[in-house]
Design a protein. Sequence first.
Lengths: 493, 315
Amino acid sequence: MKLWKTILTAAALALAAGTSAFAARTDLVIGVTLEPPHLDPTAGAAAAIDEVLYANVFEGLTRIGPNGEVLPDLAETWTISDDGKVYTFKLHTGVKFHDGTDFNADDVKFSLDRARAEDSVNAQKGLFAAIDTVEVVDPATLKITLKNPQGSFLYNMGWGDAVIVAPETADTNKEKPIGTGPFKFQNWAKGSSITLVKSDTYWGAPVSLDKAEFRIVPDAAAAVPALLSGDVQAFPFFPDLDSVAQVQGDPRFKVVIGSTEGETILSINSKKPPFDKLQVRQAISFALDRKAIIDGASAGLGVPIGSHMSPASKAYVDLTGLYPHNVDKARELLKEAGFENGFKATLKLPPPPYARLGGEIIASQLRDVGIELEIVPVEWAQWLDQVFTKKDYDLTIVSHTEPNDIDIYSRKDYYFNYDNPAFDKIIAGLNLTSDEAKRMTLLGEAQKILADDAVVGFLYELPKAGVWDAKLEGLWENAPIQANDLTKVKWTD
Amino acid sequence: MTAYLLKRLAIALATLALASMVVFAVLEIIPGDPARLMLGLNASAEQVELLRNQMGLDAPLAARYLRWAGGLLSLDFGRSYTYSVPVIDLVRERVVVSLPLALIALALSTVIAIPVGLFSASRRGRAGDTIAMGAAQLGVAVPNFWFALMLIYLFAVWLRLVPAGGFPGWSAGVWPALKSLLLPAVALALPQAAILARVTRSALIEVLHEDYIRTARAKGLPYRAVLWRHALRNAMIPVLTILGLQFAFLLAGTIIIENIFYLPGLGRLVFQAITQRDLIVVESVVMLLVAAVIAVNLLVDLSYAVVDPRLRSRQ
């Protein structure tokens, strides 16, 4: 198989070398693995929705930039009151929705009130929890009053779930999304592709692409042939990590390895014996060999983590040295905890390859210290039901892809079953702090507590392998949020 | 004949009703909540409850079954949870991919298998037969997804004759659409053709031993005419049975091929709906497939009567 691939790839290369370059293109076909269930970012958690629409069709007050920074979007500027509770946004004028209607402060008020309403099914309702009132001062000025100061408010408003929609079209966005962005929705051939075209009425800097098609390529094995045949020109989230090396040697393509916000962890049900014992959890941490897991489950591309923070984040503290791979130490801790002869447990694995491959490796590493794991593969729906909702599990592997989500460890009833008042206090303090330096200190302390408590087995940051045509420019290298921002993408010649 | 038809029809309807209960029950049993799946990890329990209520998922089991089954009777298949469009619209979009694909594959496999079967049977034990049946054995053994990948590398990546996958839609023109169905159809057809060729060959060999074949030869008919007119027709019953089974398989069992070629067909729709717990789509599409399989079986039963006049009078 591998040999055939190589021979045929070489042949394809030879053939392609003969074709000459042509004038700069303005169309692009982007490969995505998952089809969005619908096209309304304010009504679903599926990352696939944002991967098509974020920054392209829909815009928010603020937006998240390529490196996770908060940038102004529909809000041109803003001021924050001294007590940190009142945000006054100056909005761009002359902005139109794709259906031709004007955008103004009323639309913002509508969108935010809709998202935080009692009957709202916004998947990230927590983003709006701090908002007390939203007032329209004039068509270009909006005043938001918070119940309490919130350090991450501007960041929160940059999420895809907080984009601005028009009252007239809010209910039909699932099928026919109408936003204010530089691209407007043209067509969705279900199961096949979603096409966006340049919007002529865009208020900001015009985009270079005239047409962008998101083609759904669900099978990882189909991604390489789709690229090689020229059918698809970019896979910003390349699904077949094992083939990255093969494409890397091909001068027609650019391979960019970037970071994500996906902390991949071995989650532990820390209320369920024997995992309620600190020594047991620490023993697991000592038993894990991150290097072997990264090599086996992410083709060696992941970056090791020692706590729940992306190494790309400013707040990151390197705690990977706390539990170096040490089988003897792990056995010793298990002995202290009263498990000299080890014990048996289950490891439930959701479908992504990082979990299924990583699970096999972790099971063999834990067997070395006497913990026998029974591997139980589950589907996503089962995982959400059994593991996440009912907390019926011992261990599981999952990547937490939401950005800046260290606060999940303070949530009551979250599936880790972790409860530490000292940690909760830090997170509560963090929510009330907007001073950058103080926030960094608090985030650092939070990371240390999680690592000391060995709440879960911290493995690695999920890598993002982007593969695209070498003549293509402007796609995101990293994935601070799961999006395919096409506003700066262009063909060079 | 009419009584026979009515009896078959009644059995078909009873099967459908039974299947609807089994399908509904099975999907109730498998764990997974569509509302939680749509809202993701960050949503609270109250929000999930709210969405369940909006989707009508909190109604009692019997009430939901009756609403669904009642809808089916009036050809109302309900609305998809995830896409929030009528299921029938989704099916209509998908069936124009899956049905032509299955038909092309069926035609291809028949066109390949019957001549190969005839050839092999008439040269039984000779080199040609050994080679053909060896190839057929290979065709049965090779998994179709691997075969599909090899076809992609050869015809799409290397020769660039056809796209590596995807479907431009019939609106893009008949030829581009057909072109994108060609490789998947071949990948689907060859393993089927291999099975069909083997069945044709063994059915023919059995028939060729019959006395009437010797009689036909003895009265001076050329071998070719005996083979086509007398032997093949009598060997058709097992071949038709397999063809009927294969059509059902092709229509429903294209999930893997549709994934590899990323074709927006019914197989993909069901697969996606299962992973997203879009239960209403799964239920309705599975029922449609059940209905299609029953209809094809009915057709096969009827075609027995066409090829074998004895069956007509016996009923």
